[in-house]
Ligand binder design. Structure first.
Ligand code: SD4
Length: 330
């Protein structure tokens, strides 16, 4: 190094160049580049997403974390006995048992999940405990239940009188037609971006009504029912879990966003993948409904589903609104 360059380097190290000390430089950077504040956004599946978003927004608007927001948001729906496909009041399996599936994922790729959990009103909070207080990522059935009890969750009967009555009606001819759309078949999936620019997601359901005992859908499967990559975006799914698992749906949506797809186009491409596989397996598309919602790191969002009838709720600076998901069939 030349003597002159050496001399300049030394001056710089001493903070003498242009009379600016290192400290001043830091101060200047701080002044000209304030920490980036992001505009929070939260999205959730179906109409009940409106109330869930309101709950999540209480946290997001006070600069709370996306993780807390999605947990609190979906808990509202889990606790509502009138929502017949999530948590308390959810329709049982064919044996009359209400079995719950849920998972949660944060911006650091921490994950937690429960499947086939009985008697616990808030599977999403048990999933969060699995994430935060065990060396594992997924607990199922009785193991998940015992873990929940150890963590102080209460054993409760989740089968409401109306769900029991309907199940008994169903038993008369046990028609196991997998239903589509909201009446029998929905899940709350929620994904959020917080003011720090971090993404998290939660997904919770009682699964398909009158499913076989032991059947697990996509909702507690990280990569299927939910996926978050804090560099790229987040996605969650609702509908026929078997089809979502087949294409590792939410992970696929996030990977498509990584390749440059907009959230809406990523959801559309994932839905197309399901349609393609449905056709090649010679299954009937009319009987299959899947919807995805997605958000990217910039806070842009989108959705796509197979058939009309799916909607989702979005809360951002402009307020909370219900949007019809675009569909492939019309
Ligand atoms: C499942 N995906 O258990 C869930 C159910 C659902 O709309 O989302 N229904 O397959």
């Amino acid at each position: 190094m030349s003597n002159r360059r050496n001399f300049i380097k030394k001056l710089g190290a001493l903070g003498l160049l242009l009379g600016t000390s290192k400290l001043d430089l830091n101060a200047q950077t701080k002044h000209t580049k304030p920490a980036r504040v992001h505009q929070p956004v939260v999205l959730s599946t179906w109409r009940f997403g409106i109330e869930a978003n309101n709950e999540a927004w209480k946290i997001l608007s006070r600069n709370g974390t996306a993780l807390d927001a999605v947990e609190q948001g979906v808990k509202l729906v889990e606790a509502d006995p009138n929502e017949r496909s999530v948590g308390y009041g959810g329709r049982p399996d064919r044996d009359g048992k209400v079995t719950l599936d849920a998972c949660i994922m944060d911006h650091q790729a921490n994950i937690g999940s429960v499947a086939g959990l009985e008697y616990i009103k808030h599977p999403i909070s048990v999933a969060r405990k699995v994430m935060e207080e065990t060396p594992h990522v997924m607990l199922v059935g009785n193991g998940a239940f015992q873990f929940a009890l150890e963590k102080g969750f209460k054993k409760e009967n989740l089968l409401t009188a109306i769900s029991e009555k309907e199940w008994k009606e169903w038993l008369k001819d046990t028609n196991y037609q997998m239903p589509i759309n909201i009446e029998n078949h929905d899940t709350i999936g929620m994904i959020a971006l917080d003011a720090n620019g971090n993404l998290s997601g939660a997904c919770t359901t009682s699964g398909m009504a009158y499913k076989m005992h032991g059947r697990v859908g996509d909702s507690p499967i990280i990569g299927a029912g939910l996926y978050v990559d804090n560099e790229i975006g987040a996605a969650t799914a609702t509908g026929h879990g078997e089809e979502v698992i087949r294409i590792a749906g939410s992970h696929l949506v996030v990977e498509l966003m990584r390749q440059g797809y907009s959230p809406e186009n990523a959801c559309k491409e994932a839905v197309q993948r399901i349609i393609k596989l449905t056709k090649s397996r010679k299954k009937e598309l009319e009987n299959i409904q899947v919807g995805f919602i997605a958000i990217n790191k910039q806070g842009e969002y989108g959705s796509y589903c197979i058939h009309p009838g799916f909607n989702f709720a979005v809360y951002d600076q402009t307020g909370n609104q219900l949007i019809d998901g675009k569909s492939i069939t019309k």
